[in-house]
Design a protein around this ligand. Structure first.
Ligand code: ADP
Ligand code: ZN
Length: 728
């Protein structure tokens, strides 16, 4: 197969339509090639697709329609098609949904006319109307730069006919939009750092992995501040020297100015950014430049994994344990696992970096599937913070106070030295529960199985599951008594009140994702804090991720036990990761840090491990427990989530599926449930979950596909398969 199809030849096109599959079309005038992005007719509409292979005979010749046109974009590479196929198979996601992730280039399907731009010719139109004059004013305001039709009509408040009229009248010049510009070149030698100690060998190993030009996976483990970023940037440098592209994935919230300026300091220019805060124009440019080779280095959130790299030489997944790498809506995939898959298909190295790796990655390294590189000490004079537990059972705190005496004294000492303190509480809002003191009624969401959380800043009760809000109530909706509604327990906003009362002179900053209108506002706040703009920082888990606060020398963990409640097998792992990560924020520069961990169960094994017990022993014990239970990563799990507004209906279908489990039993898999899903009701839809458990090497996906194939779904019932669920 040559990969080219002559005009009129039968080609198979995969579209991004939800029910799409590969359909036959005729190649358009001029022919088309394998991987071409094309526009095809589907029913009355025109949709985006990719030439996927030769036609498969899905229509007879008489009904065959023609590809409308080949889009102006680099063809999808074989490697990307292979990746999408494997990812779709692995996650049991329909291929069109995977294709949508790979074609998220704004304007990809735009007709060429949208890509036209306009300038004034300098010759006034013979007939001047108000509308025409407004258009000319707008163009003058842009100072002669070419303007798109969309911008022009929006700014001038005119229809496109007015603009076209001006072109006809000779007052405007119409031309093709300039090509997207490549990103500034990065120079691998711009400002090399002198690596030290363990860093040298680790960087050498990663550089060798890039030079080897084949798949390898490495776990890069080191406490926060040990220089992991510095080390993997050496691998990026090697990639740049070889003229290949590098991708660094970061949890969205860690994509801060700090990272970008650091890269700029190292390589003389910033990487290209890909995340939800980037404008459509920039995303369009990035998508094209990645495909054409005009972007050497991309720093992005999880979806950057689906960018059309021309010559990918390295993938780094920073903070690889981070739960936000799991996409929980639409295509359910874990970007860390998909990064490993993509690297193995591209034949390039993948580096997973973390201070507190996921148990999966720890086990993969332990079993020799991944190489492991450890960075021991922190860079320079900064050391790991001193970790101490504060036993809260001995504290006689008055009602509605959460800061122990010892912690308060430490904060005061920092303030006296102009150092910063961070108080960590992983709860957004003011109070997690609102209760009626007269009847005990708790305010819950009408649509979800969740309590409403008071947000005083927004002056609303908010459901953290679905985002539904209600006014803060004066009167109990259950018993009708007024004035007895009371907030119970602390959220960061309430903690901020206690802080304001105890440390009235302190400048306090509250960092919680919901308190910022935009990612940019949050980044600005973080930058201001780093420069010393606050004495006390109060934060939820967003502070745990990769920010450098050089003046911070004290971390107080308000409630270390919070994550240990509940029955989730991952609770220990998560609590360990989160508290360790937060504690690591203290003492990054020359000053030694202290972490004080408030807990009611200081003898709990997880708390002991957090406080500097033998970390490897902790992971081994966790791994043993999972092995004994044949749970991931020693066994395989999949969640089948059924949802519907009708609870009985989802349970009935769940029970029926559990009974007809022949396809699963054939591979030795077991099915558990139906039981309420971890989030049992969202936006008015009841969710039940079946858990399928299989042995490590079992063909789980194929069995699930066979098991679910005969299911006839009632109209409003939905079914989602979650391979490797986060909670179990
Ligand atoms: P991690 O990614 O493990 O948290 P970083 O790479 O961010 O660690 O390093 C922590 C701090 O120490 C950063 O400010 C970094 O620039 C600095 N640093 C680390 N190693 C070196 C080095 N060899 N030379 C100069 N600065 C370094
Ligand atoms: Zn809700």
């Amino acid at each position: 197969m040559t990969g080219r199809f002559a005009e009129g030849e039968r080609v198979g096109v995969l579209t991004t339509e939800p029910l799409g599959r590969v359909l036959d079309y005729r190649a358009p005038e001029g022919g088309c090639a394998l991987g071409d992005h094309v526009e095809v007719p589907l029913g009355p509409r025109r949709v985006l697709g990719v030439v996927w292979g030769p036609g498969e005979g899905s229509f007879d010749a008489a009904r065959l329609r023609s590809v409308v046109r080949v889009l102006d974009a680099a063809p999808m590479r074989d490697e990307m098609r292979a990746f999408l196929l494997r990812a779709a198979d692995y996650t049991l996601t329909p291929l069109p949904a995977m294709l949508r992730l790979a074609t998220r280039a704004p304007g990809l399907g735009d007709s060429p006319s949208v890509r036209r731009v306009y300038r004034a010719s300098g010759q006034p139109p013979a007939r001047e109307t108000d509308a025409r004059l407004r258009v000319l004013d707008v163009l003058a305001a842009f100072g002669g730069a070419p303007v798109t039709l969309a911008e022009l009509t929006a700014e001038a408040g005119v229809s496109s006919a007015v603009v076209k009229g001006l072109v006809k009248a000779g007052a405007l010049l119409e031309q093709d939009a300039p090509r997207d510009l490549p990103y500034p070149r990065l120079d691998p030698a711009a400002a090399a750092v002198r690596l030290q100690g363990d860093q040298v060998a680790a960087a050498d190993a990663l550089v060798a992995a890039v030079a080897a030009d084949r798949y390898s996976a490495t776990l890069l483990k080191g406490v926060t501040g040990s220089g992991k970023t510095e080390v993997y940037l050496e691998a990026v440098a090697e990639c740049l020297r070889r003229g290949r592209q590098a991708l660094v994935l970061l949890p969205e919230i860690a994509l801060t100015a700090e990272f970008l300026t650091r890269v700029e300091a190292r390589f003389g220019a910033r990487p290209a950014e890909w995340h939800s805060g980037v404008t459509a124009t920039e995303r369009r440019r990035l998508w094209r430049m990645v495909a054409e080779g005009g972007a050497q280095f991309v720093a992005g959130a999880r979806s950057a994994l689906f960018l059309p790299f021309r010559d990918l030489g390295l993938i780094v997944v920073d903070e690889e344990h981070d739960t936000s790498y799991k996409q929980e809506e639409g295509a359910l995939y874990n970007a860390r696992d998909m990064a490993v898959l993509r690297a193995s298909i591209c034949g390039c190295p993948v580096v997973l970096a973390s201070a507190t790796p996921s148990l999966e990655s720890w086990v993969n390294a332990d079993q020799g599937k991944y190489a492991r590189l450890d960075l021991g000490a922190r860079f320079g004079v900064a050391e790991l913070p001193d970790m101490h537990a504060i036993d809260m059972r001995g504290e006689k705190l008055p009602a509605n106070r959460w800061i122990s005496e010892a912690l308060a004294r430490s904060v005061e000492a920092r303030m006296a030295r102009n150092e910063q303190s961070l108080l960590f509480l992983n709860r957004r809002g003011y109070a997690p529960v609102t209760i009626c003191r007269a009847c005990g009624h708790q305010i819950a969401c009408d649509h979800c199985d969740a309590r409403m959380v008071e947000h005083r800043f927004q002056k609303r009760l908010v459901c953290h599951q679905c985002g539904e809000t209600k006014p803060i109530l004066e009167t109990c909706p259950a018993c009708g008594v007024a004035g007895r509604m009371a907030p119970v327990g602390p959220g960061v906003e309430r903690l901020a009140e206690e802080v304001a009362a105890r440390f009235p002179q302190a400048r306090v900053a509250v960092l919680s994702s919901d308190l910022f209108g935009s990612a940019r506002a949050l980044k600005e706040q973080i930058a201001a804090i780093a420069e010393g703009g606050a004495d006390i920082i109060i934060g939820t888990q967003i502070v745990a991720k990769g920010h450098n606060f050089p003046l911070l020398t004290l971390v107080g963990v308000i409630d270390a036990d919070l994550g240990l409640q509940g029955s989730d097998l991952r609770a220990a792992e998560r609590t360990f990761q989160l508290v360790r990560q937060v504690a690591g924020r203290a003492g990054r520069a020359e000053k030694r840090g202290v972490a004080l961990v408030q807990t009611y169960q200081p003898e709990h094994p997880v708390i002991r491990a957090i406080l500097g017990g033998d970390e490897e022993a902790f992971w081994r014990a966790e791994a043993e427990e999972r092995r004994a239970a044949a749970m991931p990563p020693f066994g395989r799990l999949a969640g089948i989530i059924l949802s519907s507004p009708d609870l009985a209906q989802v349970f009935d279908l769940g029970a029926e599926l559990a009974r007809n489990d022949g396809a699963l039993r054939r591979i030795g898999a077991q099915v558990f449930g139906p039981a309420p899903a971890p989030i049992a009701r969202v936006r008015g839809r009841h969710r039940v979950r079946l858990l399928v458990k299989a042995a490590k090497g079992a063909p789980l996906q194929a069995a699930i596909a066979a098991w679910l194939a005969p299911v006839k779904l009632p109209a409003n019932l939905r079914i989602a398969v979650d391979i490797d669920p986060q909670s179990f």
